[in-house]
Write a protein that binds this ligand. Structure first.
Ligand SMILES: Cc1ncc(COP(=O)(O)O)c(C=O)c1O
Length: 417
């Protein structure tokens, strides 16, 4: 396999159930990664598997753009009803997060007739060329892969822990409008309400509201990338709901189909309808098996009250992380943050300097693996540990995972001291 693909662990998966994975060599692991925020509804949820089996017996591919099928339409209707966008809304389905982002840019440009797109430092929007251009993290996502599409501008994400206030971020946008691109040339501003790869940085809600107002002032479309934050992860169906605003278009993927490749953009009907027929779509776009899974996912989120579960799980994780932060013998926790179950702990060399500790994070991931826990890091310096527990995990399993986490951190601190 190509070196560029890489893998975060050396654990070869053989079987998975809810929030546990069993490896080829027979070991059991608690899964705090959820396939990178995908299986919010747990591995092999019986309802999702049943829906998939039923669809498989009917047909697995005909191509929606040749012979359409009802499950796609019904899923579009469901997303139109729940997405944080104004009604009437419309939806199109594709397969990956990056593809959703590509299509959000396409419809925004087609609707506004403008070329410019603004994104944020530390943002991650996928590995296609537009995805890379929008992404505000060079290594590993952009280095060596340019040139990138033109008319993309990156401004500072409001991240008070790392020294960027809401005012400074808004200033960075105003300065862009003065120095580089007139607002009348900007089609859309794209933002993750909580940055994923960038370090689980939570955009302050007043910033999101200010961004909405700025977009309205200049007739710029607001695109929310809810690919990692969506589908109950943050304690609401979509993270934008916390700020009480709507985007013009949202990009959705990951948790949407519980492990089957499916993504969507849902947006204002006038924006979504701006492209000519045949300009959007794709051979596998809106695969029927993935659509069947997505319907079951939406049912499970509602039936099992997973938004509420996300808040309970998040509280267990944050309480524990805050207790760990108080342990003076560790002196390595710079910050603990989270929205619902999208939680993170930022590791530093020592609390007074606040210097990032990527080696400690790497040692912790390894120690956790040895002890039976799968964890992921993120952040501009690779020193943030993110918790992405399936929302169907029991409190007992989350606590067991957090025990391993704390033991692993203590051991990693001693190893790297
Ligand atoms: C916020 C965000 N946008 C876009 C993507 C890209 O999604 P995919 O890897 O499915 O292309 C990701 C993936 O991690 C993401 O977290």
């Amino acid at each position: 396999m190509a070196r560029g693909v890489g893998h975060a662990t050396a654990i070869y998966a053989k079987r998975a159930k809810n929030a546990e994975i069993w490896s080829e060599d027979g070991r059991r692991y608690i899964d705090f990664a959820a396939g990178i925020a995908v299986v919010n509804t747990g591995h092999q949820h019986p309802k999702i598997i049943a829906a998939v089996e039923e669809q498989l017996r009917a047909f697995s591919h005909v191509c929606f753009q040749v012979t359409p099928y009802e499950t796609y339409i019904r899923l579009a209707e469901r997303l139109n009803a729940i997405a944080p966008v104004p009604r009437p809304a419309k939806t199109m389905l594709v397969s990956t997060g990056a593809e959703a982002v590509e299509n959000a840019v396409k419809v925004a440009r087609a609707f506004t007739g403008r070329p410019g797109i603004v994104s944020f430092s530390g943002g991650f929007h996928g590995r296609t060329h537009m995805g890379m251009a929008l992404t505000g993290k060079v290594v590993p996502y952009k280095k060596g892969f340019g040139p990138f599409p033109a008319d993309v501008y990156n401004v500072a994400f409001p991240d008070t822990y790392h020294g960027v206030t809401v005012e400074q971020s808004l200033q960075s946008l105003n300065s862009l409008f003065k120095h580089a691109a007139d607002p009348s040339s900007i089609a859309a501003i794209i933002i993750e309400p909580v940055q994923g790869e960038g370090g689980f940085n939570i955009a302050p809600f007043d910033f999101l509201r200010a961004l909405r107002a700025l977009c309205d002032e200049h007739s710029i479309l607001l695109v929310a990338d809810e690919i990692q934050t969506g589908f109950a992860r943050t304690g609401r169906m979509f993270a934008l709901e916390h700020a009480g605003i709507k985007a013009d278009v949202v990009a959705l993927a990951k948790g949407l189909a519980g492990g089957f490749p499916l993504s969507a953009i849902t947006g204002r009907a006038d924006v979504m309808d701006a492209s000519q027929v045949g300009g959007l779509g794709g051979t596998y776009a809106g695969n029927p098996v993935a659509c069947a899974a997505a319907h079951a996912v939406l049912d499970v989120i509602e039936e099992e009250k997973l938004c509420k579960r996300a808040n309970t799980i998040g509280k267990i994780i944050l309480d524990r992380c805050n207790r760990i932060k108080q342990r003076s013998n560790l002196n390595c926790v710079g910050d603990v943050r989270g929205l619902g179950a999208m939680c993170a702990i930022e590791l530093v060399k020592d609390v007074s300097s606040g210097e990032p500790a990527p080696q400690l994070a790497a040692a912790l991931l390894k120690t956790a693996n040895e002890k039976g826990l799968i964890l992921l890091s993120c952040g501009m310096n690779g020193n943030v540990i993110r918790f992405l527990v399936p929302l169907t995990a029991s409190d007992a399993l989350v606590r067991e995972g957090m025990d391993i986490f704390e033991e692993g951190l203590t051991e990693a601190v001693n190893r790297t001291a």
